[in-house]
Design a protein around this ligand. Structure first.
Ligand SMILES: Nc1ncnc2c1ncn2[C@@H]1O[C@H](COP(=O)(O)OP(=O)(O)O)[C@@H](O)[C@H]1O
Ligand SMILES: Nc1ccn([C@@H]2O[C@H](COP(=O)(O)OP(=O)(O)O)[C@@H](O)[C@H]2O)c(=O)n1
Length: 448
């Protein structure tokens, strides 16, 4: 079997003059597998160089017969501006909702990314692999009708996977001819692709979820103002916050951790013990709009939480002139949840330690100490159940999906300047409080 790299090189050769322009570059896919694995494969024009190798057997089982699979993808950044990104993200969210209805509702969905073999942020597409276990013609009809309903740019792309008698896999893209009629164009071979050094979504994160400065997040909400009055309201509050905040002399301590690790309990107790001001991110002044942003695609939701941190920074600056400040969640929450959600696959697919995505934004007020509370998954679950409150869907996902929980935890521990100081929050409330207070006394010499 030829190595995957050589197969990719073979695929990269233009084949037929009519389609050479469109097909000069193969396209790679990263398919999320059950349990958090990722399978990479490429599609390219059929050549004469020999048989294509079968892709990763786990991917082959999801792509090939019996049943039929479709790749539905939307470019992440179809234009250079933020408005185009926001439109594309909302389109994908709408498609996901529609895929759960009607005849498409019985299909299985898996997260899929499409990217150029060279990596880089350009050319990235997000989408879904839709598997119809019954291979019903209704599925195809419903998908084409769905594409017909997407009249505005960007238009999603649709490809259908088929196997042949020699167990080779092919992808047949659908194209709209003459603006009216859907046709399947030349089949493209499916071959394995090497795992890229960096997860394909990572170069795009600074524009889509882990915004490295205030302006990057601001631009996203600015693009939302035509359809979200809440976005204008948040921007007005952010714009009242000075860009250069001057903090006071008292220490600023942030408490981080997954839901139900004890942040609320610890922040209140620490605030009482140190007579500190207690703040939280997102701050109370924007919390009435939180649900509206939580219902929007990730890029919009993350921009909201990012800007919330800048508003809290302004509150921290003022409060730290008068007393120590304790903050319940801050930037590390925003970044860790964003990285864990956006990077498909498992912990090993996260960007490596010291990657720029783990760096504190240069224009955001830095705390003196960040404490990360950790408890075992079992204890966390006991606390969640004991609390019995309504939970956000992201928290439900965390509970259900231990791979996601691990990705959030590892992302937390990779955050830098400042990094997190981990405290085991499994012991009694009193012992956890004493552990956190002793860490604060060690690390914050300015404490009176
Ligand atoms: N050290 C502890 N031991 C036992 N239960 C705790 C401890 N700390 C917090 N809890 C309980 O666990 C639940 C979650 O704690 P909470 O402070 O609300 O977490 P978070 O703010 O991180 O979501 C609450 O019911 C709380 O009373
Ligand atoms: N500073 C923050 C705070 C929360 N968040 C988001 O909000 C969710 C958790 O907030 P929460 O208030 O429900 O959690 P708890 O404080 O109840 O544990 C996470 O899913 C994060 O995505 C954020 O991104 N940035």
């Amino acid at each position: 079997m030829a190595p995957a790299g050589r197969l990719l090189a073979l695929l990269a050769r233009p084949q037929s003059p009519s389609r050479a322009g469109a097909m000069a570059q193969p396209s790679c896919f990263a398919l999320e597998l059950p349990g958090g694995g990722l399978a990479h494969f490429a599609v390219g024009p059929a050549g004469t160089e020999g048989p294509a190798a079968p892709p990763d057997p786990r991917a082959a089982a999801l792509l090939g017969p019996p049943g039929r699979s479709y790749a539905l993808c939307v470019p992440v950044a179809p234009g250079r501006d933020c408005a185009a990104r926001v439109r594309a993200a909302r389109l994908l969210q709408r498609l996901f909702l529609q895929l759960r209805r009607g005849p498409l509702g019985r299909c299985q969905l898996r997260r899929l990314l499409r990217y150029g073999p060279g990596g880089g942020a350009g050319g990235l597409q997000r989408g879904v692999l839709l598997r119809d276990p019954d291979d019903s013609p209704d599925t195809r009809r419903a998908l084409l009708a769905l594409l017909d309903s997407c009249l505005e740019a960007p238009r999603p792309s649709l490809g259908e996977f088929v196997g042949d008698e020699s167990h080779q896999l092919w992808q047949r893209p659908w194209e709209l001819r003459g603006g009216r009629e859907w046709r399947q164009v030349d089949p493209e071979r499916v071959v394995p692709a090497p795992e890229p050094a960096l997860h394909p979504v990572v170069p795009d994160l600074p524009s889509s979820g882990v915004f490295p400065h205030r302006e990057a997040a601001r631009a996203v909400l600015e693009a939302c103002t035509p359809f979200m009055p809440e976005a204008r309201a948040v921007l007005e509050l952010v714009d009242q916050c000075p860009r250069q905040v001057l903090r006071g002399a008292f220490p600023v301590i942030v408490i981080e951790g997954l839901d139900a690790t004890g942040k609320t309990t610890v922040t209140q107790a620490v605030a009482d013990a140190l007579q500190a001001a207690l703040l939280k991110s997102p701050p109370a002044c924007i919390s009435q709009w939180r649900q509206a942003f939580d219902d929007e695609p990730a890029i919009i939701r993350r921009a909201f939480y990012s800007l919330g941190n800048y508003i809290v920074a302004s509150e921290i600056a003022q409060a730290s002139a008068r007393s120590p400040v304790v903050v319940d969640r801050y930037w590390h929450s925003t970044a860790a949840y964003a990285i864990a959600t956006e990077v498909s696959g498992a912990v090993q697919h996260l960007p490596p330690a010291h990657h720029p995505v783990y760096q504190w934004p240069k224009d955001l007020l830095r705390p003196d100490l960040v404490v990360l509370l950790t408890v075992s998954p079992e204890e966390r679950l006991r606390r969640i159940r004991g609390r019995g409150l309504e939970r956000t869907s992201e928290e439900e996902e965390l509970e259900a999906n231990s791979v996601f929980r691990q990705k959030v935890e590892v992302s937390y521990t990779r955050m830098e300047s400042p990094g997190c100081h981990e405290v085991d929050a499994s012991p009694s409330r009193e012992r956890v409080l004493q552990a956190v207070l002793s860490l604060i006394r060690d690390r914050c010499p300015q404490l009176p």
